[in-house]
Design a protein around this ligand. Structure first.
Ligand code: MN
Length: 373
């Protein structure tokens, strides 16, 4: 193995335009912001990691701005001078200096994996135990416009052959109107595709218990995180009430969250996200807990660019328990990306990249163009 050490770790914030606004319960995003962590070793090998939150700090408290401060001030000194081929050790050291801040840590760990893989000439999935699957199916997230335009978008995506399942965001409207909109979409798409909804923790238990059965009756196939992440008891009761699966996202961030959700029967499926868990190794550990409870995992998204999606593909590609597909569509939603070699999407899904490290090459001109002043 290489004896090169990390010479420097730099961060930059970039803002990339989306093809269309992406609606969440609290905001509608027209741009997606990214924090890039760029590592360079004493051998001159460079690696990159990315952190991204879905639209802003509303999801989990972190933002690209907080990540930059945390990495520059506290995590960069931990990894500088160290062997990048020891991510488990370096992230344990980072945990002793910085509590929480999982998204920021994930960016740094991703850059370590990239530079380690590039140094030894191996793709990251080979550093994680090797490929379990070559491709990962990709659910498309539909916009939150009128029912007609949502169905239009779904029909286009179906005819592209790249997607056979769709996710709709809920929680921005009052429950009756929101449910009516979803039922109208499910009526049209229900026979041709899997329709799933994500409440992003918008409802309380009473509202969820009142309205989720209507969605189930209308043919919705899966309900994601209807109630706040902390309300594991409500998740458990709703999972009992419904026959369709309940997926935990906000409820499963740390390893300890994962353990609790399993012991309380608070979900049927885990949505994994490299960033919310704090990195590739942590995502893998959360998946192990799901496997121990017999729960399948889904590869969730924070709307990563090709850098973050490549990283997610490497780890999900290596994990037996990621049997419920993914929503790694970030690059398809971006009007501009930051790599020179685009990822490959086929009818089988996203192909796990095969090049060294993350298998993507930064487009320096694009990075410069979209760097925040
Ligand atoms: Mn979600």
């Amino acid at each position: 193995m290489s004896h090169a050490t990390v010479e420097r770790l730099d961060t930059v914030i970039i803002d990339l335009p989306l093809r269309r606004p992406h609606k969440f319960k609290s905001m509608s995003a027209t741009h997606q912001s990214y924090l890039l962590a760029r590592v360079r070793t004493t051998d001159g090998v460079e690696g990159v990691g990315e952190a991204v939150v879905p639209g802003g700090p509303w999801w989990g408290g972190e933002s690209v701005e907080t990540m930059k401060v945390v990495i520059d001030t506290y995590i960069a000194p931990v990894v500088t001078g160290a062997d990048p081929a020891r991510p488990e050790l370096l992230m344990a050291r980072a945990d002793r200096v910085v509590a929480g801040n999982a998204f920021a840590k994930a960016a740094v760990e991703m850059a370590l994996f990239d530079v380690w893989g590039k140094t030894v000439g191996l793709p990251v999935h080979q550093l994680l135990g090797g490929l379990y699957r070559d491709s990962i199916p990709v659910t498309w997230a539909l916009g939150a416009d009128s029912v007609e335009s949502v169905i239009d978008e779904a029909e286009q995506k179906l005819s592209s052959g790249l997607h056979s399942s769709f996710k709709l965001k809920m929680g921005a409207q009052d429950p009756a109107a929101d449910v009516e909109r979803i039922i109208a979409v499910a009526k049209v798409l229900g026979d041709k595709a899997s329709v799933r909804v994500d409440l992003n923790a918008a409802w309380d238990e009473i509202t969820a218990a009142r309205w989720l059965p209507s969605l189930e009756a209308a043919g919705v196939d899966l309900i994601e995180q209807p109630v706040p992440g902390w309300n594991v008891g409500a998740m458990s009761r709703l999972a009992d009430q419904l026959r369709i699966p309940v997926m935990a996202d906000e409820s499963v961030q740390t390893l300890h969250d994962a353990m609790r959700v399993c012991t309380e029967g608070a979900a049927d499926i885990f949505s994994l996200k490299v960033h919310k868990h704090g990195g590739l190794l942590a995502a893998r550990k959360v998946g192990g807990i799901a496997a121990a409870a017999g729960l399948p995992c889904h590869g969730g998204t924070s709307i990563e660019s090709s850098v973050g999606v490549a990283a997610a593909a490497h780890v999900y590609g290596a994990m037996a328990e990621v049997t419920f597909g993914s929503e790694l569509f970030g690059p398809m939603l971006l009007a501009e990306d930051i790599v020179t070699n685009e990822l490959t999407y086929t009818a089988d899904g996203l192909r796990v990249p095969s090049g060294p490290g993350l298998g993507v090459t930064l487009d320096e001109a694009k990075v410069a163009e979209f760097t925040r002043d």
